[in-house]
Design a protein around this ligand. Sequence first.
Ligand code: NAD
Length: 463
Amino acid sequence: MVVGEFTQDADLLIIGGGPGGYHAAFRAAAGGIATTIIDAEPGLGGVCLHRGCIPSKTYLSLAETVHAAAAAKSMGIDFGKPKFDIDAIRGWKEQVVSKLVGGLDALCKKHGVDRVRGVAKFEDGKHVAVSGADVSRIKFRRAIIATGSRSIELRGVQIESPRVMTSKGALELADVPKTLLVIGGGYIGLELSQVYAALGSKVTVVEMTGGLLAGVDGDLARPLLKRLKDELHEICLETKVTGMKEVKGGIELTFDGKKPPKAQRFDKVLVAVGRRPNSSTLDLDKAGVAVDDRGFINVDEGFLTSGPKIWAIGDVIGNPMLAHKALHEGMVVADILLGKDAVFEPQAIPAVVFTDPAIAWAGCTEVEAKAAGLDVVIKKTPWAASGRAVAMGRTDGLTKLICDRSTGRVLGVGITGVHAGEMISEAVLAIEMGAVAYDLATIIHPHPTLSESLGDTAHLIPS
Ligand code: NAD
């Protein structure tokens, strides 16, 4: 083999080693398809594992510990003021990531998935050129594109500086800035605001629209907003950043909006204004793969692109950009390739904002139900009524059920509160199985648990 000039054959080539890509790879390989997966990074896991979901949840669980220790004071235990060792915290995050990367390596070996570290670009509908690897070209019979997404930049405003971060930089946790400006009040902006605030940063959030967490029902967001008002320095809605420049010791920013903050200097800035698909560097046109005007790859209901025998899954095909959506899509495509009768027809893709309190929802939201003109009955139970929540000192939550008025069928569920993300799966099962409120009300929930609030809320829906 001449290093750098070697062409490899693959029955199935998967481009991108995130949750979508590696789940597809393991399933296809387990079913007997000779599978190669290519990723630019040394370890599998993609943004989710290295620079997204897992690092942020590692830090968020530490933030929760800080909150719980502070709250314990009023319950008779004083842990004192926390002391942070940022190097050790970063080290813990790295241990978490490398443990999971090691698990994926072992699964790759177990399933016999061939791995290539490098960057792929299509040459045509049957070959990719590879850079940065021993292999220079891969000839494939079939391919799955699972290249994910990357942070959007604030065009015309954002400057290049180590003080201006995307989520990737923020999760590296180089230091804890005294002052942090977070641009964007969505999932990433709020999750990371809470992490940095718990570690001691004075955090200001600016959001362009009139509310945080677009798409989340107002009543579900309220308990979180109440808490954020205490934890963060300022939240400015209907506010845009108009200028950013590096000055001594920080970044100076100017704002415009309804009640814009005065121009001021921040030690660091986090830009979290959404994500865009990683499609533009793949030379997709050479393979006949079409994208829409935002760069998302067009696919049919079986995830087949316009390219011959080329499928696409995950963030690169569109919203919602969620790891669990990508991984299910990956497994469906693998099953299709294995000749199985597989379809992707979820009734509910759950969403979770892993803040403290967390917000989770599945099925339709109240706003969506109203916009669609659905005749629904909506009931809510505040967590002040939950013995478990009271015992935990965490009554800042609520459970909400949206049911069809005539049949009682569960159409949507929203939960705010600690562990909401763990609780939402019961709601997903109910929606997927076509359960009615009576079913949720009459199954026996263990007492005392937070999950009882689902049963209690279901009891309020007339059957
Ligand atoms: P987002 O779409 O959730 O939020 C971006 C926010 O930035 C919006 O509220 C938007 O109005 C605001 N914004 C846009 N331009 C702005 C500007 N110029 N000035 C001020 N505000 C502006 O995007 P995100 O937080 O970057 O997250 C990206 C995606 O990643 C999400 O859609 C989500 O699917 C995924 N994600 C999921 C999780 C999770 O599942 N817990 C966590 C993080 C990210």
